[in-house]
Ligand binder design. Sequence first.
Ligand code: FES
Length: 64
Amino acid sequence: MNEIDSPESEVICDCTGTTKEKILSLIKKKADLDKISSTTGATTGCGSCDFEITRLIEQHNRSD
Ligand code: FES
């Protein structure tokens, strides 16, 4: 299962416990990666969630 199809309760950023639901709610408010990072702390730990969050942003923008 990839991050696009995963449930909204899935934790995307293990370092901060940030869920997909939280990230999607920020994306819907037009938050970019920097804004998501500063709001949730995601990507500020190990950084491995960077790619997944970028994909979620791109997926959302494509569906706009
Ligand atoms: S998983 Fe998000 S910073 Fe480590």
